[in-house]
Design a protein around this ligand. Structure first.
Ligand code: ADP
Ligand code: MG
Length: 245
């Protein structure tokens, strides 16, 4: 089932066509990787989906709604969460407080809730932390956590919005191979348990081949290949632009 349909999406910066009319679909419950060499248009595409950049051509139909023209916050309200290349948490808050904050801001009755803030949805936050293996560290400040653990907290925060789609820009950047695999295995588990889809950009071919259900390959703003990892691996067009052979 198609969750998101991207059609003829385009964005130029000055004279540079950063993304030049790409089309692809994202299916419910899949991990779709967005790959390509530097400057291919991955981040530009990603940022059009999350609303940080406005497309100047084409459409992004998500769950029956047009995302082009919506602000990041409006897109987030449609159950689209995201993580950041550098994981972002409130360092001075504890692990569980970070997730409580996310639940608080996902709650539309926000303001009436402030007074009860300390107790606010603590159990629900602990439940989310349980799912990412961080419940035991719930009351430590985020500032003392190992980076891989901050990434886990960030995932719990993203889950507070009950996402149908999770956007991850280079989720494994700056991580050791072991941490990378832990994070992607956790992501895969969440995808399965929650029937959520993931769109992620990724540099590491190992990660993509091990965890993506499908992938799309960009080069110079164009979509040059799309398919399952084993189909893409041997595609001569991909070999040429991506692996430089
Ligand atoms: P990737 O993430 O695949 O490395 P980007 O989407 O960041 O690629 O960039 C695609 C192209 O658009 C590159 O040529 C880049 O220089 C250009 N570009 C990206 N963002 C901007 C910007 N804000 N202003 C001008 N040019 C940009
Ligand atoms: Mg990029």
């Amino acid at each position: 089932m198609s969750l998101m349909q991207v059609s003829n999406l385009g964005k130029s910066f000055g004279g540079v066509k950063a993304v030049d009319g790409i089309s692809f679909e994202l299916r419910a419950g899949e991990l779709l990787a967005l790959i390509g060499p530097n400057g291919a248009g991955k981040s530009t595409t990603f940022n059009m989906v999350n609303g940080q950049l406005k497309a100047d051509a084409g459409s992004i139909l998500f769950d029956g709604k047009e995302l082009v023209g919506l602000k990041p916050r409006e897109i987030w309200r449609l159950s689209v969460s995201r993580t950041f290349q550098i994981a972002e948490t409130f360092a001075s808050l504890t692990v569980v407080e970070n997730v409580q904050m996310a639940l608080l801001s996902a709650d539309h009755r926000l303001f009436s809730m402030w007074r009860k803030a300390a107790a606010y949805k603590r159990d629900e936050a602990l439940g989310l932390l349980e799912q990412v293996g961080m419940a035991a560290q719930a009351d430590r400040p985020c500032s003392v956590l190992a980076y891989g653990d901050v990434k886990r907290v960030e995932l719990a925060i993203a889950m507070a919005n009950k996402p149908k789609l999770l956007l991850m820009d280079e989720p494994t950047a700056g991580m050791a191979p072991r941490e990378r695999n832990d994070l992607m295995a956790l992501t895969k588990k969440l995808v399965t348990e929650r029937n959520m889809a993931v769109l992620f950009t990724e540099h590491s071919m190992d990660v993509v081949f091990a965890y993506a259900d499908r992938m799309i390959v960009l080069a110079r703003g164009r979509l040059i290949a799309e398919g399952k990892p084993h189909e893409i691996r041997d595609d001569p067009k991909v070999q040429e632009v991506y692996f430089g052979s």
